[in-house]
Design a protein around this ligand. Sequence first.
Ligand SMILES: C[S@@+](CC[C@H](N)C(=O)[O-])C[C@H]1O[C@@H](n2cnc3c(N)ncnc32)[C@H](O)[C@@H]1O
Length: 392
Amino acid sequence: MSSFIFTTSQVGAEPIIKEEVVGQFPEARLAFSRPGLLTFKLPDENIQALQKMEVPLKSVFARTWGYSIGSVRGETVEEILPKLWELTGERRFDRIHVFGRDLHKIGDYKFEPRLTDEAYDLCRQLSEAYPFDSLKSKDQREAALEGETVLDVILVNPTPPTRVTDFVARRETSEEAQESKPQKARKGREKKAGPRFEWLIGWHRVHSFQSAFPGGMLDLEVPDYVVSRAWLKMEEALRWSHFPIFNARVCEIGSAPGGATQALLARGCEVMGVDPAEMHPNVLADPKFRHIRSRIAFVKRKEFRRVRWLTCDINVPPNYTLDVIESVVMHPEVSVRGMILTLKFPDWNMGFEVKDYIARIKSWGFNIVRARQLHYSHQEICVACLKKPFRK
Ligand SMILES: C[S@@+](CC[C@H](N)C(=O)[O-])C[C@H]1O[C@@H](n2cnc3c(N)ncnc32)[C@H](O)[C@@H]1O
């Protein structure tokens, strides 16, 4: 049995995850770690309780987590495979997930966490070479099913995506032109190569929406008609929350240019978008969409009478977003059943306040409140809030 757990996350979220894990398991000790990838040693009774799911890991910022069983290194896949099978032993898995840790903060060097071709190819190779015939699928594009056990292969030093290498190459070329000789010599010494492959090996049982996907990352294909990347966030939020937002009346605060609205319209919803900025003409042309071109504070509360679902994605700090939402949902004429809120953190330290944000939302009568840093979220979290049972 393993004594370690691993978490993967955005680069920048690690101190908050440490606090989350130690808050839940005071004896947890940080072990092997890299930016975006942490492991913790836990007492056996904590591991047993997690495995029986008496207490799932409570983390808003871990994109995924599981049990860590060690690491393997080598120059070629052929060299590394026997070490991998030795580590996994007789244990049978239903799936293999391969994914890289985040190499950079989102946006730095144009980095975005994604499942790369390298991860897909390695998954296929490992699945073909897997010594037992227990695998349900060899393609990690197919979501795993509740209760299945998954072997996690985390690439500690994944090949950076082309958009990152292109960006770095362009920058280095312009920097090198200006560098002095001693600077160039120092940089040469700093570039020390480690082994070509270094993998952290773990496993998990599928127990939640995100744990069905490699590294908790959905690989959504964006339809051509989509007008902004907010579509990705809304799609992920709707799938993760399992909220029954179909053919519903929704108000989207901060709706421009309209990607998130498009995800709602595609589910048959009637959407009222509130935003002082311009909506994309294609969204405006949809008969089920109405734009109130204003800041939320200036919208008459009677406009919200028919609204049952509220979504909000405005670029202001969390307490301001919550002030805005409170002023709507606590109005006596408003009867909102559920909300999907984006809370943006201009400063990562705001991530330590998540419990307070959740307590505030609960005080408005939303008794089910879940928060998560979505795969498609940037420096922000998604909060799904519900009144259950809902009485109009
Ligand atoms: C991240 S964008 C929203 C993206 C949008 N949901 C989409 O799907 O394309 C944030 C938006 O919030 C709007 N905003 C900021 N403060 C606002 C307020 N007080 N009331 C309404 N909208 C606001 C901005 O004009 C901006 O268009």
